[in-house]
Design a protein around this ligand. Sequence first.
Ligand code: NAX
Length: 331
Amino acid sequence: AKEPLRVLVTGAAGQIGYALVPMIARGVMLGPDQPVILLMLDIPPAAEALNGVKMELVDAAFPLLKGVVATTDAVEACTGVNVAVMVGGFPRKEGMERKDVMSKNVSIYKSQASALEKHAAANCKVLVVANPANTNALILKEFAPSIPEKNITCLTRLDHNRALGQISERLNVQVSDVKNVIIWGNHSSTQYPDVNHATVKTPAGEKPVRQLVANDEWLNGEFITTVQQRGAAIIKARKLSSALSAASSACDHIRDWVLGTPEGTWVSMGVYSDGSYNVPAGLVYSFPVTCKNGEWSIVQGLSIDEFSRKKLDLTAQELSEEKALAYSCLS
Ligand code: NAX
């Protein structure tokens, strides 16, 4: 039998946490034969609710769940963790300036970075979900210098899955037959959902999405804005932000990272830019990646047309500004 892996979920008393922890305990994230120990962190005002989540996890009697810790102590939560899913953060409230929200999150990610750096298992993989996800991941990387930069990522898989979902609905095909969309850039409304290399499996072989949709006006317009604005549409409908889809996508992200992407398929992940596709190095930017042996690599050599180039640059520009804002909060 496999040794249990220790999985940290921060913000575990929140809405995404509530959807995510049962998925992890059922093996959705790390596989149906991988036992897990859940370490759930939240802040003192949420301690009682967090304990309630722990009670429900016990009540669900998950066979793979070998232990549950509910704590408000970051050191206890980070000790020995193999996978860290960072969902906790400070939300933007009405009337708050961007800078104020950034400053709160920078201080949270700075201190949690130190806790992870000192106490996590060697080679711990980190996924940042909390917004601003890319920049929180960058701050975490800065303040956990001994964690390899390849181990620190942010979630854009939800956006990727949303793009697959839109194409599947438009073409009336199974979502599992659509692949290789790309989310470039920031997990924000400047992200660029790109279908130029996406394909659909048909009885006659793989066909380009552009050819099957045969409507560039929709693909270059409404499709992009629908994916970019989907989070807002969910809030409008549910009066709450996306939770089950975010949790499910977080599981997809870690599962593919740890267990590998299928041959010929790539996924989108926010990773530390090495300058690929002329994206400035030193930003956490969403790229198409394949994963093997627990490591991601950016898919190289894809053609970028002029329309796409502008969109890649625009979202990079926004990330550079966020980075500058985050650093200004540190001084
Ligand atoms: P909730 O407000 O329901 O939950 C957040 C939880 O974090 C709360 O329980 C809060 O007490 C806790 N928390 C706050 N500060 C903390 C700290 N210092 N340490 C530990 N826990 C702390 O938000 P929820 O809807 O669960 O969303 C969580 C985060 O995910 C938000 O930042 C949200 O913007 C972000 N999202 C990111 C997505 C992505 O694709 N990257 C999509 C969904 C989501 O919007």
